[in-house]
Design a protein around this ligand. Structure first.
Ligand SMILES: O=C(O)C(=O)C[C@]1(C(=O)O)C=C[C@@H](O)C=C1
Length: 379
């Protein structure tokens, strides 16, 4: 590099960029040192060694930071660009505080994997799991610090494996954050395979459920095989001539497949909501939701209605209700409800106390900052 003073405009501008880069690196390291001290302060505050792990990722604090960036930013960089740069800054910041591992429904290329990367960036460890239950197991056993699981889809509804595993979770897995992802499916095949040659299609039940119109129009009568994830579907299809997979288009390069059709989902605004799980929920952010499940005495007429009326009494808004067979005996159900507020909010706490009176069993699965997409206020 020449040490001579810059002569042309281009050289002068590059010289200026070099100076700014030096400032950015210095400031990034200054920020990283503060973050290391935050990590030390958290460990000091934590009662047990385990609790220190649980509080490294702070969704409520991250929301404050992202919101503040939006206010601070006056361009020309668009706010989403600034926010994704900060995603990586916070990822590196987290990994300086402690090495953390994120378990996700694998293999690589699932929508859950995309959410894990969007959420935690490049500086943390990832551990692909074969099933949703394995993600829970990894978090419960401490093999992973946090886990990412799909919860519900805007077209096909709740992910049953996630609800069922939540109900079985005795180890106290708690939801820390929610994350919405727009989901666009592709039909992937081995090179040279046309639609007429497709003999079987692999996907996750949610993948099939979200692409029913395409399947009945273009692949009527073709065998459908449910597998544990959409990326596993791609893995399997890649081994078999005449097989196809419904999965993310990202799987084409990951598993050496061709894309036969893009955007085959029934609804163009098809969206899946995911949960980040850990061993504890975060503190209230001021705009939170809580998920819980309970059972009532079905022999009692109006038992569910009585239970829900407690929430009305305390002015608690319900945002979702679902039920699953409890597995304890036939026709006995777990009711899952999601409501506005955090378990540490006084109103929610009192409402849950009241609700207990009408339930045989009740378990809070966690409170988390609401990230409902702004454009979808009507749902
Ligand atoms: O504020 C904290 O608790 C931090 O750990 C710092 C920090 C950051 O880099 O700003 C890092 C990770 C958290 O998820 C949120 C914020």
């Amino acid at each position: 590099m020449s040490e001579q003073p810059p002569s042309s405009d281009l050289q002068r501008l590059r010289h200026r960029i070099d100076g700014l880069d030096a400032d950015i690196v210095r400031l990034l390291n200054e920020r990283a040192s503060v973050s290391v001290n935050i990590g030390l302060a958290k460990s000091k505050e934590a009662k047990t060694g385990r609790a220190a792990d649980e509080h490294i990722h702070r969704p409520s604090r991250e929301i404050q930071i992202y919101d503040r960036l939006e206010t601070l930013n006056h361009g020309p960089l668009p706010t989403p660009a600034i926010q994704s740069i900060f995603r990586e800054i916070m990822s590196a910041s987290i990994s300086l505080q402690r090495e953390i591992t994120i378990a996700f429904l694998g293999p690589r290329g699932t929508y859950t994997h995309q959410v894990a990367c969007e959420r935690f960036g490049d500086s943390v460890q990832y551990a692909a799991q074969e099933t949703i239950a394995d993600v829970f197991d990894a978090v419960e056993s401490g093999a992973a610090t946090y886990g990412v699981v799909p919860f519900e889809n805007s077209t096909f509804g709740s992910v049953q494996a996630t609800l069922d595993r939540f109900a079985k979770s005795v180890g106290g897995v708690k939801i820390r954050a929610e994350h919405y992802l727009g989901v666009h499916h592709a039909l992937l095949v081995n090179s040279g395979t046309g639609r007429a040659q497709v003999r079987k299609v692999y996907s996750h039940p949610q993948g099939f459920g979200q692409c029913q119109a395409y399947l009945s129009q273009h692949l009527r009568g073709v065998e459908r095989i449910n597998v544990s994830s959409t990326a596993h579907a791609a893995e399997l299809a890649a081994r078999e001539p005449g097989a196809a997979a419904i999965c993310s288009s990202l799987c084409a390069s990951l598993y050496g497949l061709d894309i036969l059709a893009h955007n085959i989902e029934d609804a163009k605004d098809n969206t899946t909501r995911f949960f980040i799980i850990g061993n504890a929920s975060d503190n209230p952010s001021g705009n939170d939701r809580t998920l819980l499940f309970f059972t009532v005495d079905h022999r009692q007429p109006g038992a569910l209605c009585d239970a829900l009326s407690v929430l009305k009494k305390y002015g608690i808004n319900l945002t979702k209700i679902d039920s699953r067979p409890s597995g304890q005996r036939p026709w006995h159900y777990y009711f899952f409800i999601e409501l506005d507020g955090h378990v540490e909010n006084e109103g929610v706490r009192l409402a849950l106390e009241g609700l207990k009176e009408f339930c045989l069993d009740i378990r809070v699965l966690g409170s988390y900052p609401s990230q409902k997409p702004a454009a979808e206020d009507g749902f």
